[in-house]
Ligand binder design. Structure first.
Ligand code: DAH
Length: 357
C-alpha cells in the first residue's frame, strides 16, 4: 500500500494539467480504480486484517483526494499568474508616435503663428473662401477699375445668363476678413485670420491655392510703432532667434495709408537660409495703417479709431523656416514628401514647449 501511496502522490505532484489530474483520479479512486478495488478486497479479509487495513485505505483515499484538490488549485493559480504576466501593460510608458500620418507643414506653421499671436492677445477670425467682390475689393478701397484687381489674377465664379450682378470671387487674400470682423465685432479689435486664398498663378513659388495670415489691431491710439513691435516679436518667436533686423520699406496698398513692406535680414551662405544675420534682405509681408475708407466700410468711425493691418504668406514663411525649396510640392500629396517634411501629430506647437520640436 505504501507503494500505491508513493506512486500516486508523485504522479499528482508531477501532473502538468487538469486532464492528467483527472486521469489519475479515475485510475486511483474511480469505480475500477486501484484503491477502490483494494477496498473491495476488505470484505474477504479477516476481522483483524480488516481493522488494520480499513483505516489505512481510508486515510490513503483522503490523502490522495486532498493532494488532487491541492494540485488542481495550484495549476489554476499558475494559469492565472501566467495570464497576468502575458497581459501586463505598463500604462506609464509614453505613447509611441506612429509615423503613418504626419502634420502638414502648412498646418504646423499655422499653429505656430496662432500660438505666437495668441500670446500677444490676438484671437482667430474667419471668413468665407468664396467671397463677394465687395468684401474682396470695394470695401478694401479697391474700386471697380483699380489696377490691383487685374494684378490679382482673380478666379471669378459664373453668373447665369442675364444675371448682371457682379460675380463672386475666390478670395484673393485674407484681407476681406478685416471687414467682416469690423462689422461683426466693432472696435476695439485684435485678430489674426489665417486661411486659404486663390490666384491664377503657377510656378516654383506660386500655386493657384495658397495660405495667408491677416493681422488686424484697431484701438484708440494704435500707431506704426505698435505694428513694428508686434512684427518684431513675431519674427523672433517664429524663427526662434534672439535678435532680428527688420526693414520697413515704404510701399503702396489701397487698404493702408501709410503702407510698408517688411523685409528681414538674412544670409544665404552655403545655400542655406539663416535668419537674423548676413547682408541680404527677404520680403515677408505687407502692412500699414488701416485706411479710413476701410474703417468706414467696416462700420468703424475713423475719427475715433485707428489701427494697423498686415498680410503674410504662410506657405512662404514655412518654406523659409523649414528649408522647403518648391511650393508646388506642398499640394502634391506625395507621401514621401509628407513623411520627410511632416511633423509628428503629438508635437503641438506652444511657446513654452517649443514651436518646432
Ligand atoms: N492683402 C495683401 C496681399 O495679398 C497683403 C496685405 C498687405 C495685407 C498690407 C494687409 C496689409 O493687411 O496691410 O498682397
Amino acid at each position: 500500500m505504501s507503494d500505491l501511496r508513493e506512486t500516486y502522490l508523485k504522479a499528482i505532484a508531477g501532473a502538468g494539467d487538469e486532464a492528467t489530474l483527472e486521469a489519475l483520479r479515475v485510475q486511483a479512486l474511480g469505480k475500477k480504480g486501484e484503491i477502490s478495488l483494494a477496498m473491495r478486497e476488505l470484505g474477504r479479509m479477516s476481522a483483524e486484517e480488516r481493522q488494520e487495513a480499513g483505516p489505512r485505505l481510508n486515510a490513503l483515499k483522503d490523502e490522495i483526494n486532498s493532494a488532487l484538490a491541492a494540485k488542481k488549485q495550484a495549476l489554476a493559480d499558475a494559469g492565472l499568474d501566467e495570464r497576468l504576466r502575458g497581459e501586463w501593460l505598463d500604462v506609464t510608458l509614453p505613447a509611441r508616435p506612429r509615423r503613418q500620418g504626419t502634420i502638414h507643414p502648412v498646418s504646423q506653421v499655422t499653429e505656430e503663428v496662432t500660438a505666437i499671436f495668441a500670446d500677444m492677445g490676438f484671437a482667430v477670425a474667419e471668413g468665407p473662401q468664396i467671397e463677394s467682390d465687395w468684401y474682396n475689393f470695394d470695401a478694401l478701397n479697391i474700386p471697380g477699375h483699380h489696377p490691383a484687381r487685374a494684378e490679382m489674377d482673380t478666379f471669378y465664379t459664373h453668373r447665369a445668363d442675364g444675371d448682371d450682378r457682379p460675380p463672386h470671387v475666390l478670395r484673393t487674400h485674407t484681407s476681406p476678413v478685416q471687414i467682416r470682423t469690423m462689422q461683426a465685432e466693432g472696435a476695439p479689435i485684435r485678430v489674426i485670420a489665417p486661411g486659404r486664398v486663390y490666384r491664377a498663378d503657377y510656378d516654383q513659388t506660386h500655386t493657384p491655392m495658397f495660405h495667408q495670415v491677416e493681422g488686424l489691431a484697431i484701438d484708440r491710439d494704435i500707431s506704426m510703432a505698435n505694428l513694428k513691435w508686434v512684427l518684431e516679436e513675431f519674427v523672433k518667436a517664429f524663427f526662434e532667434v534672439d535678435t532680428v533686423d527688420l526693414r520697413f520699406r515704404a510701399s503702396h496698398f489701397p487698404f493702408t495709408e501709410p503702407s510698408a513692406e517688411v523685409d528681414i535680414r538674412c544670409s544665404w551662405e552655403g545655400g542655406t537660409l539663416k535668419v537674423g544675420e548676413g547682408d541680404d534682405w527677404l520680403e515677408i509681408l505687407g502692412s500699414g495703417m488701416v485706411h479710413p475708407h476701410v474703417l468706414l466700410a467696416g462700420g468703424i468711425d475713423p475719427e475715433q479709431w485707428q489701427g494697423f493691418a498686415f498680410g503674410m504668406g504662410i506657405d512662404r514663411i514655412a518654406m523659409l523656416k523649414y528649408g522647403i525649396p518648391d511650393l508646388r510640392a506642398f499640394f502634391d500629396s506625395d507621401l514621401r514628401w509628407l513623411r520627410h517634411y511632416g511633423f509628428a501629430a503629438l508635437d503641438v506647437p506652444t511657446l513654452h514647449g517649443g514651436l518646432s520640436r
